[in-house]
Ligand binder design. Structure first.
Ligand code: HEM
Length: 361
């Protein structure tokens, strides 16, 4: 081999070693950026503490999203990551009820597929190590060098260790279900669309949540009339959600009972039977409204869909002077771009007597 070739070879070896070293540094610095132990998700997301909060003094949100014509739309608004979880004076009753529902209906109200393990792990760690103790310091506390999570309201304590397998992930979901009122679905993007890979849902509004896991968004919404009008834009939107750019929306329906756990198809809306006014107890008739949020988990890139359920007595809506507005909204279910909503929401059964009650002087 000539000396020139040897020198050239040596130069090449040196250049390629420098290049490999530089790319490995770049890779490491990328990994350490997202996993830096000193930069928790709460700092990245800027979770604002509610110092000194007395949850018993917090009035539940009063949503009144009643429009004269029902149009199926995404109608999303920007939301702050700090507001992911909402806590008010009903907290203890609601989470105690959730604990009981899990004991009675376990498999129906939560599940994790093996493809959902990492996402549940990320959600669990974020909520109990970062979000909850930061946002609600008067309610949740870490102790024993962050190994234990205390719920100061219920008196329950849980280890903070991350779930390592599907069984532990399901236990983590049960723990979350009795710690916050929000129901949650985790979805992962696939070429075909977004698929639910884990959920905890104690307050379903007329569907069996266990039938939704493993399904794509369009399959989940198969019973929803005119879903095809928003389905494709929802999929596009879900693909583009950015970490920290949370969004929220509300929906509404009516129910003639006070059940929060309601897995039967709405008010049995397969039946066309019209309820008579005397068959409906207006003191147990409610507008049911969900505050829904969508956000992206930074590491697994899973989409978190969470919702908190509110029940507002129709008697209160009437006292507020909203009777005619709510009655118009109920009748408006038939007149918008998704007329099947009238039947889907069960209005053939209760629409007429409730509207009559709401409009009566
Ligand atoms: C932008 C996001 C979303 C929009 C606009 C939307 C829209 C809707 C609409 C219009 C309904 C009919 C009832 C109502 O008026 O609320 C519905 C039902 C439902 N949605 Fe969504 N949805 C969204 C996200 C999700 C996600 C991420 C899940 C996760 C699993 C989900 C699960 C359900 C379920 C389980 C039902 C009940 C379906 C049934 O009756 O079986 N939705 N959704």
């Amino acid at each position: 081999m000539s000396p020139i070739v040897m020198v050239l070879g040596a130069v090449l070896v040196i250049i390629s070693s420098i290049h490999m070293l530089a790319s490995s540094r770049r890779r490491n610095s990328k990994a350490s950026h997202s996993d830096r132990p000193d930069q928790k998700a709460k700092d990245v997301l800027d979770i604002k503490p509610l110092n000194g909060l007395d949850y018993k003094a917090v009035e539940p949100n009063q949503f009144r999203p009643f429009k004269p014509i029902f149009h199926i739309t995404m109608a999303l608004q920007a939301d702050s990551p700090s507001e992911l979880i909402t806590i008010d004076s009903q907290y203890l009753d609601r989470v105690s009820h959730r604990r009981q529902l899990i004991a009675e209906h376990g498999d129906m109200v939560h599940a994790c597929l093996s493809s959902g393990l990492e996402a549940v792990r990320e959600l669990h760690q974020f909520l109990i190590r970062d979000y909850l103790p930061t946002r609600f310091p008067t309610m949740f506390r870490l102790r024993d060098q962050d190994r234990q999570f205390d719920n100061l309201v219920t008196g329950r304590s849980f280890p903070t260790a991350a779930p390592e397998n599907v069984e532990e992930a399901e236990a983590a979901l049960r723990m979350l279900a009795e710690t916050v009122e929000e129901d949650m679905f985790l979805l992962l993007g696939e070429p075909e669309g977004h698929r639910a890979v884990a959920f905890v849902c104690c307050f379903p509004s007329g569907f069996d949540p266990s039938t939704k896991v493993g399904r794509l968004l369009r399959e989940i919404h198969a019973p929803v009339p005119s879903y095809d009008k928003i389905g494709p834009s929802m999929e596009r939107f879900f693909s583009r959600i950015e970490v920290g750019k949370n969004v929220k929306r509300t929906n509404w329906s009516m129910q003639t009972h006070s059940d929060l756990f309601h897995y039967d198809r709405h008010d049995g809306h397969t039946s066309e039977d019209v309820l008579k006014a005397e068959d409906i107890d207006m003191s147990k008739t409610y507008a049911r409204i969900e505050l829904q949020t969508l956000s992206r988990l930074p590491k697994t890139r899973a989409v978190l869909f969470s919702f908190k359920t509110y029940l507002y007595p129709v008697e209160d809506l009437k006292k507020e002077g909203l009777g005619p507005q709510v009655a118009d909204a109920i009748e408006g279910l038939k007149t918008g771009n998704a007329p099947g909503m009238w039947k889907y929401k069960g209005a053939p059964q209760w629409g007429e007597p409730i509207c009559k009650y709401l409009r009566a002087g």
